[in-house]
Structures are given as structure tokens and as C-alpha cells.
Design a protein around this ligand. Structure first.
Ligand SMILES: *[C@@H]1O[C@H](CO)[C@@H](O)[C@H](O)[C@H]1NC(C)=O
Ligand SMILES: *[C@@H]1O[C@H](CO)[C@@H](O)[C@H](O)[C@H]1NC(C)=O
Ligand SMILES: *[C@@H]1O[C@H](CO)[C@@H](O)[C@H](O)[C@H]1NC(C)=O
Ligand SMILES: *[C@@H]1O[C@H](CO)[C@@H](O)[C@H](O)[C@H]1NC(C)=O
Length: 626
């Protein structure tokens, strides 16, 4: 064989191997995906700032209704670009990414027809502009002249934003599709709380106080200029906020809808079905969600009754919960003890058990802190990707007796490890496409279903699934603790029934609360808050149970197909590797993983096998050639 021939064979091998990595179809796909990711971030400039992306720090998100058609046209153009790619020529992994991007664009485009429904109700107890100033001051950089130029530009956009909200609310009134009173109950107080005092006392002025003196590249005159200018713009901003709240009081509140659910709007039940589909990422009708809820409630209650019989308690599950509220072994002695109990649970109970079910556990810092305001019992806030800003697990200490000790474990598993914190940390270790790395958009669900999906059905489902992992980790140490776990799952199942009940079957508030009092164990305060939330964000609370059931189903499938080759740690690693994804994509990811794992001959991971396979075949080819 001539040297020339050897070289050309070698080249052939190199081409085969590298075409695997980046053929031009994959490259083109990635550039579409990237363009889309940047465009999507530019639509949510405040969110980008909180994520440390400082490219849009000089503007605020637009709520301008006249922009809708332009946004739709841009989304359409991404679909056209995707369509030009030959799907069959992409490797399996890229096909999965392609499917997810396509799903994102299609979800947005099919939400367009509902743009004059939910999206017009842009202010409520859960949505609106009151928390934006505080969020911006907390997350924006203020160390260079450029930072101040941006921020100064940005505060000038506030008055326009308030006018855009007024325009939306006006259309909601005109179209006779407004919120119910429970969605607006605290709105006036929320506005009042931020609108007291002079411009210099408003939170947006804070960076112009001492911090400004630290910027050395600014002259004295420039600093004075900024301060005077800021006062002027903040005064206009405060006036704009006042105009918005007075519009709400005078024009919007008198026209609130009287029925609790959005099903009472014209075409409201179709709108609700679309919102539900947006959250669940899958074609599942309200009626089916309701059926699943009823079945799950029955199944979980049967399990609970069995445990109660075992410990000799005769009565309902709510009576049981009430009875342990009086038992000092299961109640908290002081508020101060609460945070320490959680820290102990996370560090000493959960962490040592994680390696049983997980591998390559990332170690991003997590703090346990009391919630600054009364609200949901617990909340998780992700930290920065590099760990410089720690994640926070907030515990609400305003109503400490709402929760008994057996409830602590599922809450900790859900919010921290292996729930949200492990999921977010794992996600920050992989190189996800930009739009999936920053998946949350504006955080505001009033825009559903005319919005890009955040695929929280996965993270919510994962967190609920994480609660069940306390069993194989041996963390529910007795039957009382086990009942704490079931109570939590039961509540999520009840929410399927209540969400569809309110918005699809026209339930009243009394009926919703009565259902929750009969079938769940949580206190009245929590239940009332939850009902208000369900009314305000139709469909959102259904994500947890539906997502969890999908994860469980896929796990059973993998166990059945792989049998002795099933490794729970590998399975979890695969689930956590992709970030939040729609359920169909999750299904395909797991199916692919099952095939790869089934085919691997050794017990090494599939990718290692693949790598060595490639090396060996390359050497073999070279050997034959020479
Ligand atoms: C800025 O400083 C002034 C004067 O000390 C003070 O009255 C005001 O409350 C400060 N504003 C903020 C938002 O901290
Ligand atoms: C608004 O909608 C409700 C419920 O569909 C209906 O009962 C009411 O008559 C409508 N009001 C107007 C002014 O159209
Ligand atoms: C790749 O995807 C196809 C479906 O498009 C599937 O049938 C096949 O088994 C997948 N192969 C691997 C290795 O995952
Ligand atoms: C798995 O093995 C089967 C049978 O040996 C083969 O047909 C298939 O292509 C393999 N799939 C992968 C993804 O390696």
C-alpha cells in the first residue's frame, strides 16, 4: 500500500469521526438555537439582569400590545429556518434538541390566538410591576460609568411601562375578560407599600446615594447631573404608578368577573384547556386531569388509611393531623428551632444518603433563611452558576404552627436535595442551549399561553418525585413521618381536582375549599392562599403531580426493559442532564438511554463504551490499511 493511500484512508477515518461531531446541519441548527436564545433573553431584560446577562440593562420589558404581531412574525421566521433543515440527517441528540426548540416555538405561536385573554390581565396579587424596582436594585451592577448610564436609561422606561399596563387592563375590561376579586385582593396594599415618601426615598434612588460616589470615572458635575435627573425621572415613575393603581381602583375593579373560574369567560373553557396544555407541555384535556386527580387522591388515601390502621388510629386523615398538632413530639417548641431543624435534616440526614441514588453530586452552596415576607410556606431561589451567590431555601416563620415536624422532611427533600437545589445545580454543570439555561422568561404566568414555555412541569415533577425518594433513602423514620410524606403528595393530587374544578367545572370558592378540607390535611390559611393562586394562574399547580407521574412511569419502563442492567444512579443522572424539558422530549431521552444502556456490554456508562468503541475501531482500520 502506497503512503498516499494510507494518508487518504487516514483522512477518511478523520472525516467519519469529525462529521459525527459537527456536520453542517448540526452547526446550522445550533446557530438557529443560539439566535433564538439571544432574542428570547432580549424580550426579558429584567430577567436577563438577574441572571448576570448585562446586555439589556438599559431597558425594561415591553408590555406593548401593538408588538404582538411583530413578535409572532419573528417566531414564524425561526420556524421557517428550522423547517429547512433535513431532520433525518441529524444525530439523535440533536433531533431531541430540535424537537424541544420546535415545541417552544409552536407553543408560543398557538398561544397567539389567546393573546387578548389572560395576557390582558397583567396586574394581580401575583403579577405586575411592584417588585421590579427592588429586584433591579438588588441585581444590577453599579460599579462603572456604563452601569449608571444603563440604569439611568432604564428608569426612564418606567412611566411607559405603567401606560402599557393600563392599556392591557383597559382591553381586559372592554373584552369582558377580567380577573376575579380574589386575584386583586391585596393589590392596593402592595402598591401603597412602595409608594410612600419622596423620590429620594424610593428604592430606585438607592444606587444614586452613596454607591454613586464610588464610581471614580464620574466627575462631580456628572454625579450631580445623575442625581438631579434620577429624582426627576423617579418622580415621574411614582406618578405613573399612582396613575396605574388609580385606574385599577376606578375602572378595573368595578368590572371584575363574578364567577371564580376563567371558564366563565366567553370561550373560557377552551382558553383554560390551552393554558393547561401550556403548563403540562402535553395534550391532556381538563377532564383527564380531573380523572387522574380523583384516582390519585383515592390511591394515596388508601395508603394513608393503611398506615393509620397500623398505628391504631381510628378516624379521618384530617383528624389524625389535628391529633398530632397537640403532641409535643411532633410540634415545634419555638420558631428559632425551625431553621436549625431544617439545617440538620439537610446536612446530617439527607446529604449522607444521596450517594445511594445519585452520582457526581454537585456542591453548590445553599443557605437556609427565614422568608422576608409572609407567603407560601417554603420557597427556593437558585444561586449563580459559579456558586458565588448561594442558593437560598426560604422558610416562612410567620405562621410556624401551620406545619408539624413530620411535614419537614418532604418539604426539605422537595425544595433542596434532591429536589430543586440538586436539579438546578446539576443543570448548571452542563452546557445547555441558552434558551434552556435561562428558561424562566419573565416569571409571570398571566401571559400564558401566549408565551414561551418554561417546562416547569419537569422541575415541579422532579421536586415531588424527590419527596418519594425519602423512602429508599430511609429518611421517613416512622409511620408518622411517612404520613407526612403522603399528606404532601395527597395535596398535589387534590390540586388537579380543584384546578379543573374551578376553571372547567365552574366550582365556587366554597366548594373548592370544602373539597380541600375534606380530602387534604393542610390548614385553612394555606388552602385559601392556594385557591387564590389557582384562580389567578389557571393550570399552573397541576404541573407537579403530572410531571411526577411521568417520571415515575419512565422509571418503571426503564426498570422493566433493563432489568439487571438498570442502575438508578445512572437513570437519575440522565434525567437531570437536560434541564427542564417538555414531557415528550423526556420520554424520548429516556427511551434513547434505555437503548444505549441495553446495548452496552460492560457495566461502564454508555458514553464510555462508545468512546472506547471508536478508539478500537480506528486502530483496527489503521491496522488493516497498513
Ligand atoms: C438616600 O439618602 C437620603 C439622604 O440621606 C435619604 O433620605 C434617603 O432615604 C436615601 N434613599 C434611599 C433609597 O436609600
Ligand atoms: C360579561 O361576561 C359575563 C360572563 O360571560 C356575562 O354574564 C355578562 O353578561 C358579560 N357582560 C357584558 C357587559 O357583556
Ligand atoms: C434514535 O432515534 C430513533 C427515533 O427517531 C430511535 O428509533 C432510535 O432507537 C434512536 N437510537 C438511539 C441510539 O438512541
Ligand atoms: C443495539 O443493538 C442492536 C442489535 O445488536 C443493533 O441493531 C442496534 O443498532 C444497536 N443500537 C445502538 C444504539 O447501538
Amino acid at each position: 500500500m502506497t503512503p498516499m493511500k494510507v494518508v487518504s484512508y487516514l483522512l477518511a477515518v478523520v472525516v467519519v469521526v469529525s462529521s459525527f461531531e459537527d456536520n453542517h446541519v448540526v452547526k446550522e441548527f445550533k446557530s438557529i438555537q443560539n439566535d433564538f436564545g439571544r432574542w428570547k433573553l432580549s424580550l426579558h431584560p429584567e430577567y436577563a439582569t438577574t441572571k448576570g446577562v448585562n446586555d439589556y440593562n438599559d431597558r425594561l420589558e415591553s408590555y406593548d400590545v401593538t408588538e404582538f404581531d411583530r413578535l409572532k412574525a419573528i417566531a414564524d421566521s425561526f420556524v421557517t429556518r428550522l423547517r429547512r433543515l433535513p431532520y433525518e440527517q441529524m444525530p439523535n441528540d440533536t433531533q431531541v434538541d430540535y424537537d424541544i426548540l420546535k415545541h417552544t416555538l409552536h407553543t408560543f405561536l398557538s398561544g397567539y390566538q389567546w393573546r387578548l385573554y389572560g395576557p390582558m390581565n397583567s396586574v394581580s396579587i401575583l403579577d405586575g410591576p411592584v417588585d421590579i424596582p427592588g429586584m433591579l436594585v438588588e441585581h444590577s451592577p453599579f460599579s462603572t460609568k456604563g452601569d449608571y448610564e444603563n440604569f439611568y436609561e432604564r428608569i426612564q422606561a418606567f412611566p411607559r411601562m405603567m401606560d402599557q399596563h393600563i392599556d392591557r387592563l383597559k382591553r381586559a375590561v372592554q373584552n369582558n375578560r377580567t380577573h376575579h376579586q380574589v386575584s386583586m385582593s391585596d393589590v392596593r396594599e402592595q402598591f401603597k407599600a412602595i409608594l410612600t415618601g419622596r423620590p429620594e426615598q424610593f428604592i430606585l434612588y438607592q444606587p444614586f446615594n452613596q454607591t454613586l460616589d464610588g464610581v471614580e470615572t464620574l466627575t462631580i458635575n456628572e454625579r450631580t447631573g445623575y442625581r438631579n435627573g434620577a429624582k426627576n425621572w423617579i418622580k415621574k415613575t411614582l406618578d405613573a404608578y399612582k396613575k396605574l393603581i388609580s385606574f385599577i381602583m376606578k375602572t378595573y375593579l368595578p368590572r371584575l368577573r363574578t364567577e371564580l373560574g376563567v371558564g366563565s369567560w366567553e370561550n373560557g373553557r377552551e382558553f383554560y384547556a390551552a393554558a393547561l396544555k401550556w403548563h403540562l407541555t402535553t395534550d391532556i384535556a381538563p377532564r383527564q386531569v380531573n380523572d387522574i386527580g380523583i384516582r390519585e387522591v383515592r390511591r394515596i388515601k388508601d395508603q394513608m388509611n393503611e398506615v393509620m390502621r397500623r398505628i391504631g388510629f381510628r378516624g379521618t386523615i384530617r383528624e389524625f393531623t389535628t391529633s398530632i398538632k397537640g403532641d409535643h413530639r411532633y410540634t415545634i417548641s419555638s420558631e428559632n428551632a425551625v431553621l436549625n431543624i431544617y439545617k440538620d435534616i439537610i446536612k446530617d440526614k439527607i446529604e449522607p444518603m444521596l450517594p445511594r441514588l445519585f452520582k457526581d453530586i454537585p456542591e453548590l452552596p445553599l443557605r437556609v433563611m427565614p422568608s422576608p415576607t409572609d407567603g407560601p410556606y417554603a420557597a427556593y431561589e437558585a444561586g449563580s452558576r459559579d456558586g458565588a451567590r448561594p442558593a437560598v431555601f426560604y422558610v416562612n416563620l410567620f405562621r410556624p404552627t401551620d406545619v408539624s415536624i413530620p411535614d419537614f422532611m418532604p418539604i426539605a427533600l422537595h425544595e433542596t436535595l434532591p429536589g430543586y437545589h440538586l436539579q438546578t445545580s446539576s443543570q448548571s454543570q452542563t452546557q445547555l442551549p441558552l434558551f434552556r439555561q435561562h428558561n424562566k422568561g419573565s416569571h409571570r404566568y398571566f401571559q400564558v399561553p401566549y408565551d414561551f414555555p418554561d417546562y416547569n412541569v419537569f422541575s415541579e415533577g422532579w421536586a415531588l418525585y424527590a419527596e418519594s425518594l425519602g423512602e429508599p433513602m430511609g429518611l421517613y423514620r416512622d409511620d408518622y413521618y411517612l404520613l407526612g410524606r403522603y399528606s404532601s403528595e395527597l395535596f398535589r393530587a387534590c390540586l388537579l381536582v380543584v384546578d379543573t374544578g374551578i376553571h372547567y367545572y365552574s366550582w365556587s370558592r366554597e366548594r373548592a375549599i370544602e373539597y380541600l378540607m375534606t380530602h387534604s390535611t393542610f390548614g385553612l390559611d394555606i388552602l385559601e392562599d392556594m385557591v387564590n393562586r389557582i384562580v389567578t394562574w389557571p393550570g399552573q399547580v397541576c404541573s407537579a403531580k403530572i410531571g411526577e407521574m411521568k417520571i415515575r412511569e419512565l422509571r418503571h419502563r426503564a426498570q422493566r426493559r433493563l432489568d439487571g442492567k438498570f442502575d438508578i444512579r445512572e437513570f437519575h443522572a440522565e434525567l437531570l442532564r437536560h434541564g427542564n424539558v417538555p414531557l415528550q422530549a423526556l420520554e424520548r431521552i429516556v427511551n434513547n438511554w434505555i437503548i444505549r444502556t441495553a446495548n452496552s456490554t460492560t457495566c461502564g456508562s454508555a458514553s464510555t463504551v462508545h468512546f472506547w468503541g471508536l478508539i478500537v475501531s480506528t486502530i483496527l482500520i489503521l491496522f488493516i490499511v497498513i
